[in-house]
Write a protein that binds this ligand. Structure first.
Ligand SMILES: Cc1cc2nc3c(=O)[nH]c(=O)nc-3n(C[C@H](O)[C@H](O)[C@H](O)COP(=O)(O)O)c2cc1C
Length: 193
């Protein structure tokens, strides 16, 4: 396997606040990772999910190795990715561990089904994806987890939940398309003159 790892001596000059401030500009789709089975379950809210390859279908997510999901993910070798809808902020909040919620407590208030691999998947998510851990790359505080897609539950909804500038924002295809039309119509008119 090819890999390039450089020792970034200059990285010490970048402050954590400066880096966080820059990353606040990056809009991230909000998902909840689920791990474990039966009563031994937990999960976490993430914005780091990204598609890796279509053939075979794989995705990546970066997980803090201090998070309670990490040991379950490693022990069971499977995880779920639940891509949240705009009206699922409450679920996103529960899975950050806010208010001291732990493990199975985080699942209250949502409707869950059990995937092929045994992890809980959220009914009503935009899409819920069952994954097998293909590889983990431990780097710094986190691990990049490569997931092989085993199954997909498609929700048929469209308004997504995103996180930007430290807050949740709704991305609604219909509303945003209408707003875009408002902005682009005068422009289109200007171009025809
Ligand atoms: C919007 C948002 C996005 C997050 N994205 C990630 C992420 O990509 N990776 C990660 O490790 N933690 C991420 N977190 C933090 C985890 O949700 C949080 O640390 C975890 O659920 C709590 O850990 P615990 O399970 O040990 O209580 C994010 C938090 C928020 C609010």
């Amino acid at each position: 396997m090819n890999s390039v790892v450089r020792n970034m001596a200059a990285a010490g000059d970048i402050s954590s606040d400066g880096f966080r401030g820059a990353m606040r500009h990056l809009t991230g789709g909000v998902s909840v990772i689920t791990a474990g089975r039966g009563k031994d379950i937990t999960g976490m809210t993430v914005t780091s999910v990204s598609s890796l390859s279509v053939d075979p279908p794989t995705l990546i997510v970066s997980v803090n190795r201090e998070a309670s999901s990490w040991p379950l993910l490693m022990r069971h070798g499977f995880f779920g990715i639940n891509i949240l809808a705009a009206d699922q902020i409450g679920i996103a909040e529960r899975f950050t561990g806010k208010g001291g919620l732990k493990g199975a407590e985080r699942f209250a208030g949502g409707q869950w089904t059990t995937s092929v691999s045994g992890v809980p998947l959220l009914v009503g998510a935009l899409a819920a994806i069952d994954c097998a851990v293909e590889e983990t790359i431990e780097r710094h505080s986190h691990a990049i987890v490569i997931g092989r897609v085993l199954d997909i539950l498609a929700g048929g909804r469209t308004a997504a939940l995103a996180y930007w500038q430290g807050r949740y924002v709704a991305v609604d295809q219909d509303e945003d398309a209408a707003r875009l039309a408002e902005v682009s119509l005068p422009l289109a008119h200007a171009h025809t003159r």
